[in-house]
Ligand binder design. Sequence first.
Ligand code: COA
Length: 381
Amino acid sequence: MSGELAVGIHDLAFATTEYVLTHATLAARTGADVAKYHQGIGQTAISVPAADEDVVTMAATAAATIVARHGSDRIRTVVFATETGIDQAKAAGIYVHSLLGLPSAARVVELKQACYAGTAALQFAIGLVHRDPAQQVLVIAADTSRYELGSPGESTQGAAAVAMLVGAGPALVRIEDPAGLQTADIMDFWRPNYRNTALVDGQESIAAYLQAVQGAWKDYAEQGGRALTEFRAFCYHQPFTKMAYKAHRHLLRHCGLDAEAADVDRAVQPTTAYNSVIGNSYTASIYLGLAALLDSAVDLTGRAVGFLSYGSGSVAEFFAGEVVPGYRTHLRTVQHRAAIDRRQDIDYARYRDLHQLTFPADGGDHLRPRETSGHKRLYES
Ligand code: COA
């Protein structure tokens, strides 16, 4: 790469939905022991989009605060990673580009590979900044996770968008070389074009994720990466927060290290605060983990953080970041906590109605009443 140039995440902001369904409400409906949700999968609430919310509105809300702080003059690329895009041809990022008034001299593209694509977007952004350090790249990872009502996946739904400004001389996290990679053709989770909800073999997806952790780490080590013991914390993709604990235990044991509960907790627990109350946000999930870690009480100054990104199907990547001294003065902790606290509690009937909502396929104009108090949906389908 280009000498000593530090490139990475200069700013990070997330947004989530108008509504929230608690797992206590879900358990009362499904008859499950709520402890299965709270302790078994490590989730207490699900972010539920209103009828006028989607990946574009969440992404625009998250990215607007970044543009307000830094301006957009240096942004020449927008990379939008999502599994739940709104059009098979047009990139969702073009709506965000328009909503935020970004420069017309920009390229905008959408990336897809289940929950992994946000990491591809970040790595591509880093490559672009190395080519021209004067430029910044707006990376967005946004998704709504939706499984069938009554299915095992239902309790792992959620929705959020993370926006990251990637540039030279980052204020938050310097992303390092090398990266460890693994791709394997597996049918553990998929969503064919005719479906609104994902198909998943839950237990197979957990086994495939663990295999991928091992594979990506092996490549990272072979590429000359850091030793496992150098990392203060690990941000894993969190389809449910207990998965991060499973993954870290697996990695420690694979490396011949003890997986003491206290050590696993220390490395993983600070990354779970947001995901445990938002649910799975696919591409955004690992970066919500980073947001929670940075916003936590842990002092990460100059410390190394490991990232394990997994997208079913499957692609996995392990990479490292070093937290930049002074990072705390750039955080958005108050904004992030407010995004979670402002959600309105809904009952099961309202959640079910929103879940079953489908858009007419007649190509006509269908106005929806405004529900959200956040960003307005200004674009047309
Ligand atoms: N109290 C405490 N824990 C309980 C419990 C109770 N009453 N009942 C069950 N549990 C625990 C189980 O022991 C299990 O934990 P473990 O895996 O550490 O043993 C956990 O809760 C989940 O129980 P399980 O029976 O496996 O749940 P499930 O069959 O409903 O499915 C998923 C769980 C995650 C597979 C399912 O939600 C799913 O398919 N999700 C979507 C796909 C996904 O997220 N994949 C992850 C990899 S990408």
